[in-house]
Design a protein around this ligand. Structure first.
Ligand code: NAP
Length: 525
């Protein structure tokens, strides 16, 4: 697999622009040799036109055909072999063990969607028979059309070119145009080669897949503004996601944006939990805060405790462990600068104490930031929403509450998050219930006696949450339900059987489960 540094537009490589950028190794800050060419607006438009043309063909493909295509993609990703791991490691510094796991997760979720398609029930066929004063109405899910996908920097596989947004959009039956992340352009190109080859091998229309490179906001803005795009899947920062959301809303014909953004993931720890397992909690928390150098959207960034000698002791223990933990590698210069600026804005607040860290490491050979613990009061958090900002890195903020009322008011004042966590004991069950359900209102996933980092790819998983965690809290970007972001229900009223799609025909030729007049059945009518 020879890298070219070019864009992949409907099966062709293309480099018409004059703007180039390079891979940077975060461990040495050394720049790679291969120039990567940012796409021009004409190239972006060509990719979208090809996706629109592909959709006209794709809408006639069966679920099984799309499933075979997805299996081919997964096999071709496996086929890249260790080159993929080494390239990504050089561009992200995430390390081979982590990247090996992420690759399995990525191909695993592509294959899981293929299985979902073969089983067929995901089409959610609903049939209401004709009755007195009621027409015959039959509904099922259809793909929305071409989808624009924005890759994130911190998951070069699982939330990038072949990631969850790609897998769910393709499974839905949508052609895609991916804006690769400039933090890992070589890794992205390896995936583009593999997916383009799968398109050809399976005889899919070339416009099924395009990937545009770009180091700057123009490429993404052109993509979202193009009228051929019907929906956007975005994973990245609040700033970026909000800008894309606003751009999509400003189009003459607005479209939905499924932006999964940052989060502070509040963790509430009761006094009983501290008393019973303070050490274990301190170790677990430090492990979770520093995992992947804190560069997880599920990083525990806000810890709520009632003020007490035990809490002070716990904070001191976490601070000492954070201080002793080695500084990890940050992904790139933009993440390092973003973290510096977020922490320095927070520390400008007079109610913030820095317990350890709080600054960059002077003259470091690699991108990094000191492991940081900060502390404030519940009333300060309530008075200033800016203290709920995500610090994307190995940073956490302890919030001390005076009593239960103070805690309740503070939980009420929390913004939307991907997760909320409670650490409590058996004796707390009666008193903690209300708080747990208050926290439920603030997040997509509620965790009991665990840590938020780590998101299992399973059907019941919910990875989303109220704004600012996402722009679409009723959806998920992880798990099988992610497919419904890129499908929409269409109802057929009194349409003759011969003209209905197969999943809705009387005889149920696909043998799928359908909800017929309120009863789930896989039989014919
Ligand atoms: P990012 O800086 O927002 O970049 C994401 C992509 O959006 C890049 O391709 C970037 O292009 C583009 N972009 C940013 N601003 C834009 C704008 N105004 N207009 C058009 N395009 C724009 O984020 P990141 O560095 O990849 O990732 C870190 C963030 O992702 C963290 O906040 C993390 O919590 C979040 N994240 C969330 C999840 C989740 O599931 N919720 C998962 C992983 C990461 P350029 O770089 O070329 O400008």
């Amino acid at each position: 697999m020879q890298l070219t540094g070019k864009n992949y537009i409907a099966g062709e490589t293309s480099a018409e622009g004059s703007e180039v950028f390079y891979s940077v190794d975060p461990r040495s800050k050394a720049t790679g040799d291969l120039p990567f060419c940012s796409a021009t607006q004409a190239e972006v438009d060509r990719a979208v036109d090809a996706a629109v043309a592909a959709f006209a063909e794709l809408r006639n493909y069966s679920s099984n055909r799309i499933a075979d295509f997805m299996d081919e993609i997964a096999a071709r990703i496996d086929g890249i072999g260790d080159k993929l791991l080494h390239t990504a490691d050089r561009e992200t510094g995430l390390g081979l063990p982590r990247l090996t796991g992420e690759r399995e997760r990525t191909t695993g979720q592509i294959r899981a969607f293929a299985s979902l398609l073969r089983e067929g029930d995901y089409l959610r066929a609903i049939i209401n028979s004709e009755g007195p004063g009621q027409p015959s109405v039959r509904q099922m899910q259809f793909p929305v059309g071409p989808v624009a996908i924005f890759a994130a920097s911190n998951f070069p596989f699982a939330f990038a070119v072949p990631g969850g947004d790609t897998a769910s959009a393709i499974a839905a039956g949508c052609p895609i145009v991916v804006k690769a992340h400039p933090g890992h352009p070589a890794t992205s190109e390896l995936f583009a080669i593999a997916i383009s080859a799968a398109v050809e091998a399976q005889g899919f229309p070339a416009g099924m897949f395009s990937m545009v490179q770009g180091a700057g906001i123009d490429v993404g803005q052109w993509l979202v503004a193009n009228d051929g795009i019907e929906a956007v899947g975005f994973t990245g920062s609040l700033r970026g996601g909000r800008a894309i959301y606003d751009a999509a809303a400003a189009r003459p014909r607005p479209i939905p944006v499924y932006a999964e953004m940052g989060s502070v993931n509040p963790v509430l720890i009761t006094q009983a939990a501290l008393a019973n397992r303070g050490d274990e909690l301190a170790n677990g928390l430090v492990g979770s805060i520093t995992l992947g150098t804190g560069q997880f959207c599920t990083n525990p960034g806000l810890i709520l405790l009632q003020n007490s000698p035990a809490s002070q002791e716990f904070i001191a223990s976490v601070t000492a462990k954070m201080n002793a933990a080695p500084e990890g590698v940050l992904l790139n210069a933009a993440i390092e600068q973003g973290l510096q600026s977020a922490v320095s804005q927070t520390r400008d607040n007079p109610n913030i104490s820095i317990l350890t860290g709080g600054e960059a490491v002077a003259d470091s050979d690699f991108f990094c930031f000191r492991n940081t613990v900060m502390q404030t009061t519940a009333s300060a958090i309530r008075a200033d929403d800016a203290l709920q900002v995500e610090h994307f890195g190995p940073v956490t903020l302890f919030v001390l509450c005076e009593d239960q009322d103070d805690l309740r008011e503070t939980v009420n004042a929390l913004e939307g998050n991907l997760t909320s966590t409670v650490h409590a004991e058996e004796d707390d069950l009666e008193s903690i219930g209300d708080l747990l359900h208050q926290l439920r209102e603030k997040a997509g996933r509620v965790i009991w006696n665990g840590f938020p980092t780590g998101v299992a790819v399973i059907p019941a998983m919910q990875h989303g949450g109220p704004y600012p965690a996402t722009t679409a809290p009723s959806t998920t970007s992880v798990g099988m339900n992610a497919i419904y972001r890129f499908m929409r229900p269409i109802a057929f009223q009194n349409v003759p059987d011969a003209l209905l799609p197969d999943p809705l025909k009387d005889e149920n030729p696909l043998g799928i489960t359908r909800l017929v007049d309120g009863v789930n059945t896989d039989g014919a009518l």
